[in-house]
Design a protein around this ligand. Structure first.
Ligand SMILES: Cc1cc2nc3c(=O)[nH]c(=O)nc-3n(C[C@H](O)[C@H](O)[C@H](O)COP(=O)(O)O)c2cc1C
Length: 349
């Protein structure tokens, strides 16, 4: 299945657009850990065309993030077209993605995001207007419908394709479901079978094994991972290995995980204007990086109070130096296992 931009054609792995998470530093990190395509968090067409400073700030990305899509949302076809034109002229991403999936009240109240799904002619007008305003490929991200009664993923997807969408990502839940229930992968299979353009499967991938299962069960052309990347950007490399029939690489040991977290934190600090704000904003990532680490409750409590990256370094160093303080015998066992592994590893590894 051919993608409308240059990317490996054998099942590309996407980092999903996620407000407050898929920001430039995380996108860069995920690209390094095997994500083939990244997408910005959703940005308001109104904010872009009015050149709102905070919105334009979120449009910054580095060459090492490419191929990248800029995701825009809004219910006014004219504003969406203007935003697409500005993004094309100034930022030149590989593609423009339209958000028809966001379930948040503030957005759907004005018919943005999944609000558009209540009126499929509006969906078509938006896609046509955006496509007419840019030479870049236009892709879409949809949910299965507005509500259970209007759960018509294949119809929505076909209309998106007819209106000019060049690839389509499906998160198979309705707006009313928000994030409850399970993502119905069988709807991804039905949409993939019905469309000629590449369909990107998304929803409920927590592990590399889930990602491979989603692809095998649905025949989707690409896999998109959102929450499954939290605190484990290596999920992309693991998924690629499994797709290629190779053994899954282990998740990094605790010390390496802390190093990756710190590297990510420094990237975030460099990207943001205010270091204190960056550290506070980064707390959520820290919580995700230590998930499942022995003694993580206590560790998380400390990390959720940091206001600088030096404090993060101190918390990690103290954890590694004094694991017994975390009052969990599993900490000692996990670290002992790791040092055994290091000792038995070949020197050149
Ligand atoms: C914190 C968060 C922010 C999100 N922001 C966006 C967004 O800006 N645009 C979008 O299309 N979807 C957004 N989503 C939805 C995800 O891209 C994805 O469709 C959804 O989380 C299901 O995938 P998952 O089960 O792998 O998490 C967001 C999800 C989360 C958890």
């Amino acid at each position: 299945m051919r993608f409308p931009f240059t990317v490996r054609d054998d099942i590309p792995l996407y980092l999903a657009p996620m407000a407050g998470v898929s920001e430039s530093p995380f996108r860069r990190l995920c690209r390094r850990f095997g994500a083939d395509v990244v997408v910005t968090e959703f940005l308001s067409a109104e904010g872009i065309r009015r050149e709102n400073a905070a919105t334009l700030d979120k449009l910054r990305f580095g060459a090492d993030e490419r191929p990248i899509g800029v995701q825009i949302f809004g219910a006014d076809p004219v504003a969406m077209g203007e935003a697409a034109r500005l993004v094309t002229d100034v930022f030149q991403p590989e593609f423009i993605d339209i958000n028809f999936g966001c379930p948040v009240k503030k957005v759907v109240r004005r018919n943005g995001g999944s609000g558009c799904l209540k009126d499929l002619s509006l969906v078509e007008s938006v896609i046509r207007s955006v496509s007419a305003s840019t030479h870049l490929p236009v892709t879409v991200k949809i949910r299965s419908g507005w509500s259970e009664e209007a759960r018509v993923p294949v119809e929505i997807a076909l209309r998106c394709q007819d209106a000019g969408a060049r690839a389509l990502a499906l998160h198979p839940r309705t707006r009313t479901q928000m994030y409850s229930g399970r993502a119905r992968w069988e709807e991804i299979a039905a949409v993939a079978a019905a469309l000629d353009i590449p369909v990107i499967g998304n929803g409920d991938i927590k592990t590399a094994e889930d990602a491979v299962r989603l692809q095998r069960e649905t025949g989707c052309a690409a896999i998109m991972i959102a929450r499954g990347s939290f605190g484990q950007p290596w999920i992309f490399d693991q998924t690629r290995a499994l797709l290629e029939g190779k053994p899954k690489p282990d998740a990094p040991p605790i010390e390496r995980r802390f190093e990756i977290a710190l590297e990510h934190a420094h990237m975030a600090e460099d990207y943001e204007a205010d270091p204190r704000g960056a550290a506070i904003e980064f707390r959520k990532h820290l919580g995700w990086y230590v998930k499942g680490v022995p003694g993580s409750a206590e560790l998380r409590r400390k990390l959720h109070a940091v206001v600088s990256l030096t404090e993060v370094e101190d918390v990690f160093a103290s954890y590694l130096a004094n694991p017994h303080r975390y009052d969990d015998t599993r900490v000692m066992a996990a670290l002992a296992d790791e040092s055994d592994e290091m000792e038995s590893a070949p020197a050149a590894a």
